[in-house]
Ligand binder design. Structure first.
Ligand SMILES: N[C@@H](CCC(=O)N[C@@H](CS)C(=O)NCC(=O)O)C(=O)O
Length: 322
């Protein structure tokens, strides 16, 4: 079992995210500071001060890498990419293809970043992590909050003037991110990590009802919140992108493949082909994370050869009845 956690700053391999009913229960993240453009929060948006630690396999971290790229913040916020396979000591840094070592803290394992921020930290050691080089601490490790910060607070430095969280839509974006979280983003994990038939089937039911719902919505409008791409779409995208690659097979989310939902599949391809996105979609890291790094679900660590999915197939806006 590769998943573990820190207890009072000590690494342990006890994993506690399941209840007695065999249901997966995600533990909340603990670092929730905010960076603001004016510094009113105590953390001012500045160039070369903050650093992101991510896994390219992880859907939550993937959101933050995408926002960094979509806003054109690559020169402003540094990046380290962990080894795609979770080790006995959790996420580690390596020289594998597509990885970037930790040149900020020279850590070998991500848990060392957590104990540097808090020597008595107890909890999971997850990606993404937004690190502050000035205070030598973790600003935030919750993807949903990090993408809001990157979207909204760094405009002075951003090379691309796009806004995925416009004021006029914030309420609907928040509701949509809430709506997709439990059945879809976290839903695939609730399906995949369930250890009883009842827990599995319940999570499956919620996942597939939600997939059908958004399939219908995307038949009427181009994006989850209407006519504009928003943060909600990037939150949905990173789960959909992994759907047929990992969740359908390893997690047994297998009533339908993504490619069997015409609108969701079309939408996924459109977001993949949005400028700046595909460069940060790493199928090899995704397969390694899920198939090699979760021995509890795949003890042999053998990775499937397929499926062959062409995310570059042209997408059709015209098919939608907008
Ligand atoms: N709520 C967090 C979830 C982050 C998360 O669970 N990341 C996973 C990777 S997909 C992780 O780092 N897992 C390592 C572990 O649990 O030990 C977020 O959205 O940022």
């Amino acid at each position: 079992m590769a998943l573990g956690r820190l207890v009072n700053g000590q690494w342990t391999t006890v994993w506690t995210e399941r209840n007695e009913k065999g249901e997966f229960q995600r533990m909340p993240t603990q670092f929730h500071h905010k960076i603001t453009a004016d510094g009113a929060s105590g953390f001012r948006a500045e160039a070369d001060r903050y650093h992101l630690y991510v896994s390219l396999g992880c859907p939550w971290a993937h959101r933050t890498v995408l926002l960094r790229a979509l806003k054109g913040l690559e020169k402003v916020i540094g990046l380290s990419i962990v080894d795609p396979v979770i080790s006995e000591q959790g996420w580690k840094f390596s020289d594998k293809q597509g990885c970037i070592r930790d040149k900020v803290n020279q850590a070998d394992y991500l848990w060392q970043i957590y104990t540097k921020a808090n020597p008595t930290y107890t909890g999971r050691v997850t990606v993404p992590v937004l690190w502050d080089k000035h205070t030598n601490s973790i600003i935030n490790n919750e993807s949903r909050q990090i993408i809001q910060i990157l979207n909204t607070e760094f405009n002075f430095f951003a090379e691309k003037m796009v806004d995925f969280y416009p004021k006029s839509l914030q309420a609907v974006i928040d509701q949509t991110i809430d709506a997709i979280y439990q059945p879809i983003n976290n839903g695939v994990y609730r399906v995949g990590f369930a250890t009883t038939q009842t827990a599995y089937e319940q999570a499956m039911k919620e996942l597939f009802l939600a997939m059908e719902h958004w399939e219908n919505v995307l038949g009427k409008q181009p994006y989850l919140c209407g006519d504009e791409i928003t943060l909600a779409d990037w939150c949905m995208f990173t789960t959909l992108f992994r759907y047929d690659l990992a969740y359908y097979g390893l997690f047994k989310c297998n009533l339908k493949r993504l490619v069997e939902y015409p609108n969701l599949w079309n939408y996924c391809r459109e977001l993949y082909q949005y400028p700046g996105v595909k460069q940060w979609c790493n199928i090899s890291h995704i397969k390694q994370l899920y198939y090699v790094g979760l021995p509890e679900l795949n003890p042999s660590g053998v990775m499937p050869v397929g499926p062959i999915i062409n995310f570059d197939l042209p997408y059709k806006c015209r098919d939608r009845q907008i």
